[in-house]
Design a protein around this ligand. Sequence first.
Ligand code: IPE
Ligand code: IPE
Ligand code: MG
Length: 260
Amino acid sequence: MGHVTDRDGERQAGAAGPVPAHVGIIMDGNGRWAAARGLPRLEGHRRGVEALRRTIRAAIELNIRFLTVYSFSTENWSRPAAEVDDLMFLLKRFIRNDLADLHRNDVRVKVIGMRDGLKPDIVGLLHEAEELTAGNRGLTLVVAFNYGGRQELASAVRRIAERVRAGLLDPEAVTVETIADHLDTAAIPDPDLIVRTSGEQRLSNFLMWQSAYSEFVFLPGHWPDFDRAALESALADFTTRERRFGGSQAEAALQVKTAL
Ligand code: IPE
Ligand code: IPE
Ligand code: MG
């Protein structure tokens, strides 16, 4: 593990460690990959699914515990209907084709994001993927689908407010942990490393709350070209980072924590 999180959401500082426990990936650049080849955007998305397969395999081999992939944002609905349809179709096909294989490989699938607004067949498939693999102990594949960090936070606040209104929770008792526990990612550790392909250096509403102390690696290549070597280069970059979590120096902060 790259870090340990205590009950107050504080983390023990330390060297990044050889392998991050949780890697988040903003899979960007399918459209540019296709445009550069004179191909339709759909072809870029199709090849993006192949890159996802390679990446899941590599994550298993590299002993990453949690892999979160950003596959459709709450803002992606603003794309032309035909492209949205293509993306929905590819998600369905991915689950139908790959679920059995993921299950055989002991992968646990967890989906984060809003279910309302999704077609019933998609909701059914997402549910099936989670149910079938719930007991698996290998890689946890977190699929961020119809996901937005702000929407996730708003939904958490709504549910906390409901508990306050029902008299179950004192507003004074709302802590960082209360909020974390009401996010879709409750029980999933914060991402140690977030990788974004295609050169864009922004979060685009991905894991806003959870990325407070994540390390970021931005790669110039487009997502459909992503492979194990690209993942390994991001991991190699991660190992050179000094994570402090607000302390003055990683090693010193770790020693103080250990002595307490
Ligand atoms: C990422 O590629 C896939 C999704 C956002 C669904 P894009 O479709 O964003 O590709 P670019 O950024 O236009 O190149
Ligand atoms: C972020 O990429 C969403 C996904 C990768 C699913 P976008 O391509 O939608 O982000 P922007 O619009 O460039 O910020
Ligand atoms: Mg994009």
